[in-house]
Design a protein around this ligand. Structure first.
Ligand code: FUL
Length: 693
């Protein structure tokens, strides 16, 4: 061995020794427990809401509902489980007891349960059926047990805590492994309370003695996670809204003591001393329980996709609720929405285009391949790329053999050692230069970014700030297809027609001559100018990448409302009922008394053969007219009544109401509200239109 060889051998040897010694980073700050980690990896699971108030069309049961009304004659928990499984969920949380106090299992400790209902002659146990169905479909089971019980005579007294714990013991002992228990935050208020019919207030931080209640839960179910938005800090946190999103900045941390301002629940606390990750709970319809009037309000695919990116894509899990119908089944519309959603998510993440890329890191911990850049794109999420301890800014550069088009970026931190990244950017190398695609804050367990498609030969992830050296366990890029649900077409007051695609990179093609649009038809780029007459528009969305088109949208708009004037109303907001947008509304001033008139000057004499009314589309919307009469006039003084009647079922189905009558010459129209759904004097409108001959 000559001198050079000796040096080389020594170098290899020292390198080898150091390699062996490179230690994994120490945990930084709070870290998840094994249970929290297992839960986080579930990502997506469901809620089912079912109780006596399903039969009274109420949001909450009052506690005095007769158990005899509870009779789901087609109940099939296997249907629920199948839908959840097929839509990619990993578990189901059942409302074993909601605020009504009615128990879906035959609890030994109360008569207010399925055992006194006609369902299965009082011999049924829905929690058991749910547990069996979950087992069959390979799903985990979770339990919602409302601490607030509007039926129980002892609610508010110490005795109730013994009852509550007895019920917990039943539920956490008799139904196998429970992955999550949900202690709702709504606590105390008016109720039946065994006949007392009064309001009972409790201090939700002390009343339930959460410390000992949690101990009981954990002793019965060592692998469980506890959700609680009141009282002692639990394992999971509410995100401060039920609208289906969490903050883009999302730390899985809170402080173990003290109140969290509600708006911080969605961001977590950067310097919190306890690991409390967020769970986004939201319903597939506006409400948690089933209401027939929401059959047409099931969330659309674009809305559900937004929810996905705004929950799972922001370091949270997604808990999506199905309201169960009185017959005991999930409504076919909800089923379809959930299955389409599951399928669409699967399609987006089917092919990770980063596989095969050559990746280089600005720094690798101790130069040890064990922590090398490749670990961020290997198959395992247990291995990760990390840097030397002091490094807080670092980058990974990916080189592709040929340009790759993508519009999604997924990144995961190895959170078992703490959440560390405070800020990062993403750059793509397009046309020989680096362009910033995104500038973001936290990552956490999983972060997914959506952006306009880029075609790049290189990609760079820059960690621009971190609490401690970053640990990245997984990265993916995807080329998501466009969501091709039919576009929405509206006609604005100006007469212009606006078309809105479901996804922002879709192309839209349309016709105005009644023919079916093809890719050779006009491409929509800006609102379409039309004359004041009627318009028939047909349009489709098209995804140039997948070369797929949506089904057809066809809208028939009557004469334009450009020249219309509201008679006797100064309020500018009144335009909301003529703007073509169903989501804006106008209410008569609250001084009015029924009957209430809405008078419109159409600007010129028209041949009117009907009218259309759309009530306020919001869940809490009121002023929904049920009974009306309709008048026309040529001069605004002499009126002729041409119709009178009822918008039947408008309460349950608040959609467009269309009424026709023999053609009349009119310049002025008057819609008179005679009654509304609540029998009060409120009158509101989302849209008003006429039908001309
Ligand atoms: C809320 C409850 O009051 C709702 O009824 C529903 O159960 C939802 C999940 O939590 O706080």
């Amino acid at each position: 061995m000559n001198y050079k060889h000796l040096i080389l051998a020594l170098l290899i040897f020292t390198n080898f020794c150091t390699l062996g010694q490179v230690k994994a980073p120490s945990p930084y700050g709070p870290v998840p427990s094994e249970n929290q980690m297992r839960w986080q990896q579930m990502e997506y699971y469901s809620f089912v809401h079912f109780s006596v108030n399903t039969y009274t069309d109420m949001s909450w049961g009052k506690g005095d509902e007769d158990p005899k009304i509870f009779n789901p004659d087609k109940l099939d928990c296997r249907q629920w489980a199948r839908i959840c499984k097929e839509s990619g969920m990993k578990g189901i949380i059942i409302t074993a007891k909601h605020h009504s106090g009615f128990c879906l299992w035959p609890s030994k400790y109360t008569d207010y349960s399925v055992k006194n209902s006609p369902w299965k002659n009082g011999k049924g146990d829905m929690v058991r059926e749910m547990a069996d169905a979950c087992k069959e479909y390979g799903l985990k089971l979770g339990i919602y047990l409302s601490p607030w019980d509007r039926n129980h005579p002892d609610y508010g007294k110490p005795e109730y805590i013994a009852y509550f714990r007895n019920q917990l013991r039943e539920l956490l002992t008799n139904y196998g492994e429970i992955f999550e228990v949900w202690f709702d935050g709504a606590n105390g208020g008016s109720g039946y309370y065994g006949g007392a019919n009064e309001t009972r207030k409790i201090d939700r931080t002390t009343y339930y003695d959460w410390e000992n209640t949690y101990k009981l839960v954990r002793s019965l179910q060592p692998n469980i996670v506890i959700w609680n938005d009141g009282g002692d800090r639990a394992d999971l946190r509410w995100v401060g809204t039920e609208a289906g999103y969490i903050g883009e900045t999302n730390w899985s941390l809170l402080n173990d003591k003290g109140d969290v301002p509600e708006n911080m629940l969605r961001y977590g606390l950067e310097n919190g001393n306890t690991w409390v990750p967020g769970e986004v709970n939201t319903s597939i319809r506006p409400e948690w329980f089933y209401h027939p009037k929401e059959d047409n309000k099931v969330k659309t695919l674009p809305q559900l996709m937004d929810t996905y990116y705004n929950s799972i894509g922001r370091n949270a899990t997604l808990l999506l609720n199905f309201p169960i119908m009185p017959n005991g089944l999930i409504h076919p519309y909800d089923e379809k929405a959930a299955l389409d959603f599951g399928k669409a998510v699967k399609e987006v993440f089917a092919v990770n285009l980063i596989k095969g890329a050559k990746v280089v890191a600005s720094n690798v911990r101790g130069n040890d391949p064990k922590f090398g850049a490749n670990k961020a794109i290997d198959v395992s999420n247990e291995s990760y790329w990390t840097t030397d301890d002091k490094v807080k800014t670092a980058s990974l550069t990916f080189n592709f053999a040929k340009p790759i088009a993508f519009n999604r970026f997924l990144v995961q931190e190895y959170i078992k050692l703490g959440q560390r990244v405070k800020a990062f950017t993403l750059e793509a190398f397009v046309n020989n230069q680096w362009t910033e695609v995104a500038k973001e804050t936290t990552i956490g367990y999983k972060r997914i970014l959506r952006f306009k498609t880029v075609k790049a030969t290189k990609l760079r992830l820059n960690i621009t700030d971190a609490k401690a050296c970053p640990l990245i366990s997984n990265i993916g890029i995807y080329d998501a297809p466009q969501i091709l649900v039919p576009p929405v077409a509206i006609r604005e007051r100006s007469g212009d027609v606006r078309i809105i695609p479901a996804d922002f990179e879709s192309q839209i093609y349309y016709t105005l001559d009644g023919s079916t649009p093809t890719l050779k038809s006009n491409q929509y780029t800006e609102p379409i100018k039309t004359d004041d007459g009627k318009v028939v528009i047909k349009c489709i969305s098209y995804d140039p990448k997948s070369k797929k088109t949506s089904t057809l949208t066809e809208e028939k708009f009557d004469v334009s409302k450009k020249a219309w004037k509201m008679v006797g109303i100064e309020d500018k907001e009144v335009n909301n009922l003529l703007d073509g947008n169903p989501d804006t509304q106008w209410y008569q001033k609250n001084t009015v008394k029924m009957p209430v008139d809405l008078v419109i000057d159409l600007g010129k004499i028209q041949n009117i053969s009907g009218f259309k009314y759309l009530p306020d589309q919001n869940w809490w919307g009121s002023g929904i007219i049920t009974h009306y009469s309709f008048f026309v006039s040529e001069n605004g003084n002499d009126w002729k009544q041409v119709d009178e009647g009822e918008f039947s079922n408008i309460k349950n189905n608040p959609l467009w109401q269309i009424k026709t009558f023999a053609t009349q010459k009119a310049r002025y129209i008057k819609l008179r509200a005679l009654r509304n759904t609540k029998d009060d004097d409120t009158v509101g409108y989302a849209e008003i239109d006429v039908i001309t001959e």
